[in-house]
Design a binder for this molecule. Structure first.
Ligand code: SF4
Length: 501
């Protein structure tokens, strides 16, 4: 996974994984699988509204990138369902192709353009046969490129940025009337207010673990990252909307929610008695909802881990003992150049406080190697920090330039061969720690949330509190059950467990 973050934080939180249709797979996959180059895949499970004449419109949604994009695709899918669309699992079967893009990877925009080139051929063929194909581009590449997409890719009908998804149905209507539409403003209204709530059937089809976006955007301006430019300033969704959505999820059978935000622990809002709440208070409130048994959140910035959130880890069994807490580098010089606004020692002290509150917590991180100016000594500082923290998992990438970010103009860009060598060493250390973490789990008694069928019909896959997939005998329970098991053996990417008598 040597690659290029402009925001490695978001390659996790946002993570790396397969594309999907607007019915997301389990959120946990984002942690478990690190296969950034998504393949086309869509999950056709939403119910289509009947169209006049008995025909339904068909949409193929391809989602790149992070959990937040998966969540956004689900919500856009809900809006399209209300508008009469049915989800299909191939471009060929679609009347509308919606690409929800991610700007995190190197040359992200160029990859989108080459994909659009393939769609242009398909559209030409359709037109020759008397049919048509509409194409909409959403997500961070849409935000960054804007009308440039219309200029370079005549096949595109609609360009829609991450903050204007509620305008998608109207934008498609305008496109049907012949307009080519660009919607990339940051409107004052909450886009989620303008999107329909997911129908219960869709929630059920998406599984027993669900995403819930509570915060968007970022004010931190790390010098390697484009998120503040593509997703805009930090915005928190109001408490009542979040609670309502969590209650809807719970009543449709969801047992676990993962709260999402580019800077999720910067979330704040007015809670009971008009008191200002932070994420810790919000998690306490959500833990009271009947049916919600497990809560996770991602991605966090070290500077926003406040006492209330740490105390929530101490007090709430519903808050899972797994925390993704990116640090990026162990060198204070590089952290300063990255504008992280904390030192390595600050981070280590924070980890100590979190572990004092919740001793069994597992940590994951993000690392960028070869940031401009990184010397051998800086890199060794990073290796020392990793050795000291002892991560359960981590995402790591070679630095590469993201146009428009301060890092792009920095001198002392590090040689590619040096970056590769450092990345290999770092990933080797992380892999050792991850294996050791898996081995240490053997013999432990844990609660598993059974999430989906296993590869074999006599197996189910559950998720441990530490986000590991665990394979168990299907006779152990039903999907959605939380069962107590003993971990018996580590596998390459999952664990095995047996029932505790
Ligand atoms: S904190 Fe903000 S700027 Fe920094 S990496 Fe995360 S999203 Fe990007």
């Amino acid at each position: 996974m040597a690659s290029t973050p402009h925001c490695a934080e978001h390659l996790n939180a946002e993570s790396p994984f397969s594309s999907q249709g607007f019915t997301a797979k389990s959120p946990r996959m984002t942690q478990a699988l690190l296969t950034p180059d998504a393949k086309l895949a869509a999950a056709p499970v939403v119910e289509a509204a009947a169209q006049p004449g008995g025909q339904s419109k068909k949409v193929f949604v391809k989602t790149y990138g992070c959990q937040m994009n998966v969540y956004d695709s689900e919500r856009m899918g809900d809006a399209l369902t209300r508008d009469g669309y049915e989800s299909v699992d191939s471009v060929e079967a679609a009347d509308l192709v919606l690409i929800n893009t991610c700007h995190i990877r190197e040359k992200a925009a160029e990859k989108v353009y080459s994909q659009l080139g393939r769609l242009a051929k398909l559209k030409k063929q359709r037109n020759a046969e008397g049919g048509d194909l509409m194409v909409a581009v959403a997500g961070c590449v849409a935000q960054a490129e804007g009308s440039e997409i219309l200029r370079r890719a005549p096949v595109v009908d609609v360009v829609i940025g991450p903050q204007t998804y509620h305008l998608l149905p109207e934008a498609l209507n305008r496109a049907r009337r012949g307009e080519r539409v660009v919607e990339t403003d940051f409107p004052a209204e909450d886009k989620f207010d303008g999107l329909p709530a997911a129908p219960e059937k869709s929630i059920r089809a998406r599984g027993v673990a669900a995403f819930l976006t509570v915060q968007e955007g970022c004010d931190k301006f790390c010098t390697f990252c484009v998120v503040p430019y593509t997703r805009g300033a930090e915005v928190s969704r109001p408490v009542d909307r979040i609670i309502l959505e969590a209650e809807r999820l719970a009543s449709a059978g969801v047992r676990e929610i993962t709260l999402l935000g580019q800077n999720v622990n910067a979330w704040h809002g007015k809670g009971a008695g008009d008191r200002e709440w932070g994420l810790g208070e919000l998690v306490r409130r959500l833990a009271q909802i009947n049916g919600i048994e497990r809560i996770r959140y991602t991605t966090s910035h070290p500077r926003d881990m406040d006492e209330a959130l740490i105390a929530a880890h101490r007090d709430l069994p519903e808050l899972m003992p797994y925390l993704h807490l990116p640090v990026q580098s162990g060198s204070d010089r590089i952290l300063k150049a990255m504008n992280r606004r904390h030192t390595a020692a600050d981070y280590l002290r924070l980890v100590e406080r979190i572990r004092a509150a919740r001793p069994d917590i597992a940590l994951s991180g993000d690392f960028i190697v070869g940031f401009p100016g990184e010397t051998d000594a800086d890199f060794e500082d990073t290796m020392r920090l990793i050795a000291e923290v002892n991560y359960a998992a981590a995402f790591s990438f070679k630095y590469s330039i993201r146009p428009g970010t301060p890092g792009a103009g920095m001198e002392d860009q590090v040689d590619e061969a040096v970056k590769s060598e450092r990345l290999a060493r770092l990933q080797d250390l992380i892999a050792q720690q991850t294996r050791a973490f898996g081995r240490d789990c053997v013999g432990k008694v844990v609660d598993l949330l059974l999430e989906k069928p296993g590869r074999n019909t006599d197996q189910l896959i559950g998720r441990s509190p530490w986000l590991q997939p665990v394979i168990v005998d299907a006779k152990l329970g039903e999907i959605g059950d939380i069962v107590r098991v003993r971990i018996t053996q580590p596998g390459t990417s999952s664990l095995f467990a047996e029932v505790v008598e």
